[in-house]
Design a protein around this ligand. Structure first.
Ligand code: GDP
Length: 455
């Protein structure tokens, strides 16, 4: 899922790296690539158009921000816009003030409603809810018993017409299919109230295509049960049809949220990227397999960074943006790149970084930080306090040019900051090592000023 889209988007953004300045034609070229990547991923054309227009507009005005280099700014803009079309904030379920909360599932046959009913029930149970599944899909042979099976797996009670007689595919023989789904839904909610279930999940019938009868029945169930949430279940693999199906359900039944299923398939992802923009309804859950555990709340920001394949780099960029003074950050980046970082800068950076939280967490967000894990585990805030004290014990000249810190200066600094000479030695050695390492990393990441570095 999203793999080829992800590869293409990352590829087009990679071309920008190392550019100190972006021209209008650089922006046009990257937008063209993004547009093709989205169209190939089956994203609906109006969505693509609006997306590209917003990126262009923002990218052209981006030069005013000095906090990030131009390529980083474009990555951030693309990411922001992706999060936006995926819905922005994570949308949680709304629970009724007076239980039971009624959740109705609607969607085409085979979209994964019955499976989802089990997944939702299991997930709700982990949060101490007591869901009741109600079988209102009386059309598809075997749907009632399928719901009973998933209910059993999820450890949730199932309310079905003629309980106890429908297992084994005997619905038709027993005349259950003749039952009225609207009545079953109503009775299911009453049952939940009587038996103290705090959530009711109503599985409804779907057809292979959209038809008036299906919509009429779903609307009847909706009117009879006044659901708190109507979830439209959408198979992510149906490609371009996703948009028209979603629109038909929105007109016919209306829904409060979308659940995308089969995200584990090799679908190109267009459904996910179009449905929110077209219907204005948030994607609330994502289903990624046939097992009940293959299910989670949908987080637009995580999905966007997964699509862009940037790990948590973007959240790091964002935190850095809020903490660092833009001009200072740019100067420091240039100094890092050229290997001219001073202890003074180091101290300033450290203070800024510390404002962002425990250092281990922060460094852990960097892509490729895996190899550095052991080193990171040994960094603690107390050590940083000591480092800070040592640097504060130095004169401005020593901070600016640590090479002048000879033996007698080391002794003076150690005495002044209440540490051993060996601590000062260690800090100075480490600083030189870190400066070298950061300069070479900066070179590899294409940071501004890095090309001066001969490595
Ligand atoms: P319904 O007709 O809407 O109730 O759909 P079902 O729940 O019966 O699902 C149809 C088929 O899709 C079943 O074979 C499910 O096992 C399968 N299915 C449902 N959700 C997923 C999913 O997220 N990933 C995969 N791979 N298969 C799924």
């Amino acid at each position: 899922m999203f793999e080829s889209l992800s590869d293409r988007l990352t590829g087009s953004l990679k071309d920008l790296r190392g550019k100190g300045r972006l021209s209008a034609s650089d922006i046009d070229a990257v937008c063209r690539e993004i547009r093709l990547a989205l169209l190939d991923a089956d994203v609906a054309l109006p969505v693509v158009r609006a997306f590209i227009a917003r990126i262009k507009e923002r990218a052209k005005g981006a030069e005013v921000s000095a906090a990030l280099n131009p390529a980083q700014q474009v990555v951030k803009i693309v990411n922001d816009e992706l999060v936006g079309i995926l819905g922005g904030e994570t949308r949680r379920l709304t629970f009724a003030k007076n239980p039971p909360t009624v959740i109705m599932l609607a969607g085409l046959q085979g979209s994964g409603k019955t499976t989802l009913a089990g997944k939702l029930a299991r997930w709700l149970k982990t949060q101490n809810h007591t869901p009741l599944l109600v079988a209102c899909d009386l059309q598809r042979p075997g749907a009632v018993s399928q719901l009973q099976i998933v209910g059993e797996r999820a450890g949730a009670a199932v309310f079905a017409p003629h309980p106890g007689t429908s297992i084994g595919g005997g619905e038709n023989a027993l005349g259950v299919s003749a039952a009225d789904p609207v009545e079953v839904a109503r009775a299911g909610v009453a049952e939940a109230r009587a038996k103290q279930h705090d959530v009711v999940i109503i599985d409804t019938a779907g057809r292979l295509g959209i038809d008036a009868e299906l919509m009429g029945q779903a609307a009847g169930i909706r009117d009879a049960t006044a659901p708190d949430e109507v979830l439209f279940v959408l198979d992510a693999m149906i490609g371009q049809d996703a948009v028209s199906t979603a629109e038909a359900f929105q007109d016919g039944v209306g829904f409060t949220g979308v659940v995308l299923t089969k995200l584990d398939g090799d679908a190109r992802g267009g459904a996910a990227l179009s449905v929110r923009e077209v219907t204005g309804r948030p994607i609330m859950f994502a289903s990624t397999g046939e097992k009940l555990e293959d299910f989670d709340v949908f987080h637009p920001d995580r999905m966007a960074s997964r699509i862009l394949g940037m790990g948590d780099l973007l959240s790091l960029i964002e935190q850095a943006e809020t903490v660092f003074d833009a001009k200072q950050a740019e100067d420091t980046a240039a100094k890092i790149g050229s290997g001219q970082l001073t202890l003074e800068d180091f101290l300033e950076q450290m203070m800024a970084i510390r404002k962002m939280g425990p250092i281990g967490n922060l460094l852990g967000m960097l892509p490729g930080a895996g190899q550095m894990k052991d080193a990171l585990a040994s960094v603690d805030d107390k050590q940083l306090d000591r480092v800070q004290a040592i640097i504060r014990g130095m004169t401005p000249a020593e901070r600016a040019d640590p090479k002048i810190i000879n033996a007698s200066r080391r002794l003076r600094i150690a005495n002044g900051s209440g540490v051993k000479v060996s601590d000062v030695n260690q800090l100075v050695d480490r600083f030189f090592e870190a400066r070298k390492m950061m300069a070479s990393m900066a070179g590899r990441m294409g940071m501004p000023g890095a090309r001066k570095q001969v490595q």
